[in-house]
Design a protein around this ligand. Structure first.
Ligand code: AMP
Ligand code: ZN
Length: 487
């Protein structure tokens, strides 16, 4: 099926075809591993996963999906420095070697990140590579040298900067986002990895070594420049080194459009002479009460926070996927509970497809109600998950599993397997009672309630029952204890 995607470069929905044969080369800006990812960050990776799964399953493409691990930048350095208050004993002893400290901190959070995305149903085997920025320093220096030799970079105070004014004489700067040129001051430089949107400045390619920071030697134009890379150059280099230019699709959160992605385009084109990729796909923010979820606003939840509260990661996956990736998604606990209900309703339908029908009342399914076509056509149209899910629910309501002949149910099992290759939140198996996943937190609350009841503290028992209900489960009392069931 033909896939259409919104391209941030053209600001329109376009037909997607890979540059080379049947293989899609896709690069996703990955995590900065200086702390646990929050679920806003995780939305960006769930979106990239949705896209790559849809390309495989609906587009029938092979995928080379690369996601980098940013293991050196302002924040990773800040939090790995000697005496850092966020250093955990699991990272080992801090040393006097800044690079060793950086590696220990970033390795720890990388592992935690990989664990988080696995719990969220992202299959790490789907990655072609998960490259680390610190393994590509030589290649970064090489790209900086090419940009410099072509006259689009200059050295100042031991750092190297990209000359935006010079470059904008050759090519448009501001392809992904309109630029506020009125406030542009020629030669104004910025050193930090992130800065205000649309605030155009010469950006740093290579930063001068600072006291107690990791650094690498670099000779440019016979000048010794010990230091470390800027953030933007990292992605440009890894894309080129692993996927080659041009590759097909680049993904990231909407906040990366500027300056990060704009600078990637400028650097790659200035240095390698090739525009990196024709398709740019960006996900909107996950918000809390109308504000971007962000570490700096302090309004964030990590996946582990939510698991401790009793939420199932698959319900978080399904709730986030239920919103269109280009819409803002307001995160609430109620939203996850509603997603759980919806997910389990579909799960129940799938279980029933495995049960034999004795009833003589057999429904047929007309051609226009082909579930695969209904769902995939919505996903093929810029990954419209809310419409795809709505079609799925219409279908379930119209064709109850108990009323279908066994042959039809078998066909539907095959279709659900394909749909689940994308959503990855259902079991395509007959129901097994022991498969019911009750989070530990719920079991603990249920036991506390039983104790409260034994103590005749019925008020406390009721509070606990409500708490369990708010987390999506009900307690069914039995003579010899209780059962826990999803709502
Ligand atoms: P970082 O680890 O900070 O480099 O960010 C990883 C990814 O998360 C990037 O693609 C960001 O654009 C994305 N991101 C950060 N905050 C949010 C949010 N609240 N909602 C959606 N994506 C986000
Ligand atoms: Zn990047």
């Amino acid at each position: 099926m033909q896939i259409y995607l919104y391209n941030s470069l053209s600001r329109s929905i376009e037909e997607f075809t890979p540059i080379e044969n049947n293989t899609v080369r896709m690069y996703s800006c990955g995590p900065t591993v200086y702390n646990y990812a929050h679920i806003g960050n995780l939305r960006a990776f769930l979106f990239a996963d949705l896209l790559q799964r849809s390309l495989r399953t609906i587009g029938n493409f092979n995928l080379k999906w690369v996601m980098n691990i940013t293991d050196i930048d302002d924040k990773t350095i800040r939090d790995s420095q000697l005496g850092s208050s966020v250093w955990l004993k699991e990272m080992g002893e801090q040393t006097h070697d800044p690079l060793k400290n950086l590696k220990a901190l970033t390795k720890f959070y990388e592992n935690e990140f990989l664990l988080d995305i696995s719990k969220l149903g992202i299959n790490t085997k789907h990655f072609y590579e998960l490259p680390h920025a610190t393994d590509y320093i030589k290649q970064m220096q090489n790209l900086i040298e090419q940009i410099y030799n072509k006259g689009f970079a200059y050295i100042s105070n031991g750092s190297v900067y990209f000359n935006v004014a010079k470059w904008s004489e050759v090519d448009k700067y501001g392809k992904l986002k309109n630029i506020d040129w009125d406030n542009f001051k020629k030669g104004h430089r910025i050193d930090s990895d992130t800065y205000e949107r649309e605030d155009v400045s010469d950006f740093v390619l290579w930063k001068q070594k600072k006291e107690n920071e990791p650094y690498w030697d670099f000779i440019l134009d016979n000048i010794s420049l010990p230091g470390r890379p800027g953030w933007h150059i990292e992605c440009s280099t890894m894309e080129y080194s692993i996927l080659g230019l041009p590759f097909d699709i680049h993904t990231g959160g909407i906040d990366l459009q500027f300056p990060h992605h704009e600078d990637e385009i400028a650097q790659s084109k200035a240095g390698y002479g090739i525009e990196p990729n024709p398709f740019w796909c960006h996900n909107e923010f996950l918000e809390v009460e109308g504000k971007k979820m962000s570490k700096s606003f302090g309004n964030f939840f990590t996946l582990r926070d939510l698991i401790t509260k009793g939420f199932d990661p698959l319900d978080i996956r399904f709730s986030i996927l239920s919103a269109h990736y280009r819409s803002k998604y307001n995160f609430t606990f109620d939203g996850v509970i509603a997603a759980k209900k919806a997910r389990l309703k579909v799960q129940d339908y799938i279980y029933k497809l495995f049960e034999s029908t004795a009833s003589p009342e057999i429904l047929s399914i007309p051609n226009e109600s082909n579930l695969r076509e209904l769902v995939f056509s919505e996903l093929a149209n810029d990954l419209h998950t809310p419409k795809a899910i709505a079609k799925l629910f219409d279908f379930i309501a119209s064709f109850p599993a108990e009323k279908l002949a066994d042959s039809l149910k078998n066909e539907l099992i095959t279709i659900f397997t394909l749909i689940n290759d994308i959503f990855n939140v259902w079991e395509i198996n007959p129901k097994k009672e022991i498969d019911l996943q009750i989070p530990d937190e719920i079991t603990i609350l249920a036991k506390q309630r039983m104790i409260a009841k034994q103590n005749k503290d019925f008020a406390a028992a009721d509070v606990l029952r409500e708490k369990i209900k708010s987390l999506g489960f009900v307690i069914v009392d039995k003579k010899d204890g209780f059962d826990i069931k999803p709502l």
